[in-house]
Design a binder for this molecule. Structure first.
Ligand SMILES: Cc1cc2nc3c(=O)[nH]c(=O)nc-3n(C[C@H](O)[C@H](O)[C@H](O)COP(=O)(O)OP(=O)(O)OC[C@H]3O[C@@H](n4cnc5c(N)ncnc54)[C@H](O)[C@@H]3O)c2cc1C
Length: 365
């Protein structure tokens, strides 16, 4: 069992490794995060986890991001996957309820064995929207077969399993939603993982493109119309907001150590701390209310939280960086890296432009 209070020490080690080499995929850190149980923490103790809530996971990702934003981003995907999979079983329709325990147990077993799950959902030009997904899944005699092209799959070839959304027909899956989720072995025939990542920030995440050509999936995740029935995305949105927020915490620590002599700069740092604490409290309150199938009101709250926290945390990083002066004005300086990493928060699902359109639509309703 891992307690959230143990995460700062784990994060400190991740930060040391990141500072030694910020460009290389953090293999050792991800291994430690599997071994200490952080990645599986969202499962119940009966399923080999620590029974973490969404709030626990947010606190852990925020803490980790302050030291190693790339590691925080890489693990946000499987951490969310575990927490969601643990929580949604009771929503399975009658026909799928009997098989749910087997699905949950087999995924939890994978996590226990250190199998690394990564998200390969985004598609070029889709703007983060599920409706615009072009990857398709067709039913075969033995399961499901996927074809399509994904971008920005953090973890790339270091992952063992991708979870990917794809469109399915009603003939293949009566009651299906616009998209369904599938698990795909990264080493299955027909999977091609490119080496095309050259990010502005998050350099070591290896967020490459992936192509599926008639790939046999391991299984479908969840049950028909899973994303509408279980409404799982809000869990990840809370985790994504925790990443730029952690970057702001990291920058605040960098700028405050040693404490600056200038009273004016100290005042700016005190103001920055107040902003950080306010953003953190907003996110924590939203995450504490997470539950599956929470409904449109909660979805709106999460959209506002993710949008506001990501945007304001990124601005806060810029303000803090500006206080650093020439000392930190180097591409590989820790402050410069935290600043660049923070901008990933506004790109992560839902990307800022789409989120703002979503907010406006809610306002018009
Ligand atoms: C560092 C990093 C790591 C990531 N890791 C992963 C990962 O592991 N797995 C994964 O699946 N994805 C990942 N992503 C992708 C991310 O979650 C977003 O889904 C993706 O960035 C959105 O696509 P885009 O901004 O490239 O969209 P584009 O399609 O290029 O759109 C560009 C902009 O236009 C806006 N736009 C496009 N169409 C519309 C529309 N119809 N209405 C309103 N606005 C529109 C978009 O919102 C966006 O802001 C990662 C992204 C980054 C930056």
């Amino acid at each position: 069992m891992l307690r959230v209070e143990e995460v700062p020490e784990i994060a400190r080690r991740a930060g040391e490794r990141e500072r030694a080499d910020a460009e290389r995929y953090p293999t050792e850190t991800i291994r430690e995060l599997h071994e200490c149980g952080l990645i599986a923490a969202g499962f119940s103790p009966a399923n080999g986890g620590s029974g973490w809530t969404c709030l626990d996971a947010v606190r852990a990702v925020e803490t980790l991001a302050a030291e190693s934003p790339s590691a925080a981003l890489i693990v946000a995907m499987p951490v969310g996957f575990a927490g969601i999979t643990e929580a949604v079983g009771y929503l399975a329709p009658e026909a799928y309820r009997a098989e749910w325990p087997e699905q949950l147990a087999s995924i939890a077993e994978d996590f226990h064995a250190g199998t690394h799950y990564a998200a390969a959902n985004s598609e070029a030009g889709a703007g983060g929207s599920f409706d615009a997904t072009k990857t398709i899944a067709t039913r075969t005699a033995d399961g499901w077969r996927l074809s399509g092209a994904k971008i920005l799959a953090s973890g790339g070839a270091n992952a063992d399993v991708f979870f990917s959304i794809a469109k399915v027909t009603q003939d293949d899956l009566p009651g299906a939603g616009v998209v369904e989720g599938f698990l795909v072995s990264t080493r299955a025939p027909g999977v091609t993982i490119a080496t095309d990542w050259d990010g502005f920030g998050m350099r070591s995440t290896e967020s490459h493109s992936v192509r599926y050509q008639d790939v046999n999936a391991v299984r479908m995740w969840g049950f028909p119309n899973f994303f509408v029935v279980a409404q799982p995305l809000s869990y990840w949105f809370c985790l994504f907001a925790a990443i730029p927020l952690g970057c702001a915490a990291g920058l605040l620590a960098v700028m405050s150590t040693p404490a600056p002599a200038s009273p004016a700069v100290r005042l700016r740092l005190a103001e920055a701390r107040m902003k950080y604490e306010a953003l953190s409290a907003y996110l924590h309150e939203t995450a504490a209310a997470w539950r599956p199938a929470a409904g449109p009101e909660y979805a709106g709250r999460v959209l506002r939280t993710k949008t506001y926290v990501s945007q304001e945390a990124t601005k806060l990083c810029a303000e803090l960086f500006a206080l650093g002066g020439g000392r930190h004005y180097r591409r590989n300086d820790i402050a410069a890296r935290l600043l660049a990493d923070s901008f990933a928060g506004t790109a992560l699902r839902p990307p800022l432009a789409l989120a703002l359109d979503g907010l406006l639509a809610q306002f018009e309703d």
